[in-house]
Design a protein around this ligand. Structure first.
Ligand code: KG4
Ligand code: ZN
Length: 390
């Protein structure tokens, strides 16, 4: 099965053509074409992601990304003609005239490629950004008469973390996954523990009551005068502090550690950092020490709550997913402590390319959804900023 996957939920415009075979017991994947454009350099100037800017950039970049992914997959054959649905496409993309013209141009140049389904992120994320991707997918589905699948971005993070690479980087598989799976999903907008007892069915075990972890990283980074996105910057400083032997680590709270739930809270921790930095000119060493203390506090709380959730759900597999799962310290701490404290649990940490947003993960989720015949009509497909997994 060939799946065209589209991701525009935040600040990455991504398109992938994925070949997938198998079933829920064992599935094999091959990336035929993959294109991704990060808008980070544009958003960095504003210190965060502006939905209207993200939307404008997606509209500008979707056709070039589609061209790049399908070109790499060698499925584009030139054949001039006007798409019969040009009028409907213009109507569907009325709010994006630039995108509409570029797409009609593209469709009038190439023959319909051999694709079985179009999977698109329909939430959660920035709603204006999501809508561009969703309308683009609807337009392609209409022009090519190919079924549509709506993918939950967080499911993409979770399932892509289950992959193992075979042969080269373009091939991977998902097999031998022992259920239940517990997912710790940590990104800029989410911090949640979800349990998958059966494929594609989720139970919420715990979630943040205020800030998401990635958001806390980004806010603390800003307090330390570091650029957006803050996660990788904090991580760099924290690692520098760890490499010294005379580091003084300021004391920071471990919020909600003993409250008896699997929920999180990061806003108190963020405020505690604010008190540390307030009205002071920090030296580079002090910044590194604060980053170190903050990262330690976050990682310990994440691990403690995940450990509790593992006992409660009796999960056999643990996966980390989302942008924050790129964090070296979190990866290290989970690897060491799961081996020590939950040796029966198989820990799956995503490969680096699956930690940041991409369309491969949307294709993976799209494949399992297609096996379930979870297709959506264009009328029923909507972008939903708060779409939930559970
Ligand atoms: O999943 P993602 O790319 O986008 C969302 O769906 O939100 O996650 C982005 C978040 C940002 O808050 C970013 O600061 C954080 O992931 N992040 C990190 C690291 N790399 C990215 N946080 C901590 N350490 C990192 N190495
Ligand atoms: Zn994400």
């Amino acid at each position: 099965m060939r799946i065209l996957a589209i991701e525009t939920s935040c600040d990455e415009t991504a398109v992938t053509l994925l070949e997938a075979e198998g079933n829920q017991t064992s599935a094999q994947f091959r990336i035929l074409g993959n294109a991704l454009l990060s808008q980070i350099d544009i958003h960095r100037e504003f210190g965060g992601v502006y939905p209207a800017v993200a939307k404008r950039e997606h509209a500008k970049n979707l056709v070039p990304m589609l061209f790049a992914a399908l070109g790499e997959a060698e499925v584009l054959v030139e054949e001039k003609g006007t798409p019969s649905s040009a009028g409907a496409l213009t109507e569907l993309l009325a709010r994006e005239p630039g995108l509409s013209n570029a797409l009609i141009d593209f469709l009038s140049t190439y023959r319909i490629p051999s694709i079985d389904a179009i999977a698109v992120t329909h939430g959660p994320g920035l709603e204006p950004a999501l809508w561009v991707g969703v309308n683009f997918a609807k337009a392609l589905s209409l022009a090519w008469n190919i079924p549509l699948i709506g993918v939950n971005h967080m499911e993409g993070h979770l399932l892509s973390a289950l992959t193992s690479t075979v042969e080269d980087a373009s091939q991977f598989e998902i097999s031998d996954v022992a259920l239940p799976v517990l997912g710790l999903l940590i990104s800029g907008g989410h911090t949640e523990l979800v349990c998958m007892r059966e494929w594609l069915s989720y139970e919420l075990v715990g979630q943040t009551r205020d800030d998401a972890v990635g958001e806390a990283f980004d806010k603390v980074a800003r307090m330390l005068g570091l650029p957006y996105p803050g996660g990788p910057e904090i991580s760099k400083l924290a690692e520098q502090a760890r490499a010294r032997d005379n580091t003084v680590i300021p004391s920071l709270p471990r919020p909600m550690l003993k409250d008896g739930t699997c929920d999180f809270s990061f806003s108190g921790l963020k405020t505690a950092v604010l008190y540390l930095v307030k009205d002071r000119a920090l030296t580079d060493t002090e910044k590194e020490e604060i980053a170190h203390a903050f990262e330690d506090a976050v990682s310990e709380v994440l691990f403690a709550k995940t450990s509790k959730a593992l006992y409660e759900t009796r999960a056999k597999t643990l996966v980390l997913g989302g942008g924050v799962s790129a964090n070296m310290h979190i990866r290290r701490l989970f690897t060491e402590r799961i081996a020590l404290e939950h040796p029966e649990v198989s820990l799956r940490i995503p490969a680096a390319r699956f930690t940041t947003d991409n369309a491969i993960m949307i294709g993976i989720s799209g494949f399992y959804r297609a096996l379930n015949k979870d297709f959506l009509s264009a009328e029923d497909m909507k972008a939903s900023g708060n779409l939930s997994l559970t």
